[in-house]
Design a protein around this ligand. Structure first.
Ligand code: FES
Ligand code: FES
Length: 155
């Protein structure tokens, strides 16, 4: 076991974890931040996507000890004061969310896309979200949601 501190959504959390603990398990089981989902636990689906220093990563492939000193943002940290973030709102407004299981990872990845490229093309969005699998939506409304969020931020 190891004493570590993780900075998640702007707050420091002291944890005592095995060195083998994944960041995803630390978030979900230790910190009770269950918005990040565990669908495959092997880096194949993107449901566990979080931002690590602004870059989307599969939290199931990152060790908690590897995230020490990094800025971790989860789906719970995107909105402010209990409100939805603009990207979250765009996903709601376009009807992109169906069963919802993939959506926290999808929205975290979409947030990263727009931070890097405020006016992405449909192909750029498709490419940037290629690691986020969805069995329900067919992806069309997902892409519409990212375009809507882009338009609303004035891009
Ligand atoms: S749960 Fe991490 S990529 Fe699927
Ligand atoms: S909305 Fe169901 S898996 Fe994407």
């Amino acid at each position: 076991m190891m004493d570590i501190t993780l900075k998640v959504n702007g707050e420091e959390h002291a944890l005592n974890v095995p060195v083998s603990r994944t960041l995803l398990d630390a978030l979900r089981d230790d910190l009770k931040l269950t918005g990040s989902k565990n669908a495959c636990n092997q880096g194949a689906c993107g449901a566990c996507t979080v931002l690590l220093d602004g870059t989307p990563v599969n939290a199931c492939l990152v060790l908690a000890v590897g995230a020490i000193g990094r800025d971790i943002v989860t789906i719970e940290g995107l909105g402010e004061s209990g409100t939805l973030s603009p990207v979250q709102q765009a996903f709601v407004d376009t009807g992109a969310i169906q069963c919802g299981f993939c959506m926290s990872g999808m929205i975290v990845s979409a947030t990263a896309i727009l931070a890097e490229n405020p006016k992405p093309t449909r192909d750029e969005i498709r490419s940037a979200l290629s690691g986020n699998l969805c069995r329900c939506s067919g992806y069309v409304r997902v892409i519409n949601a990212v375009i809507l969020a882009s338009e609303r931020q004035g891009a």
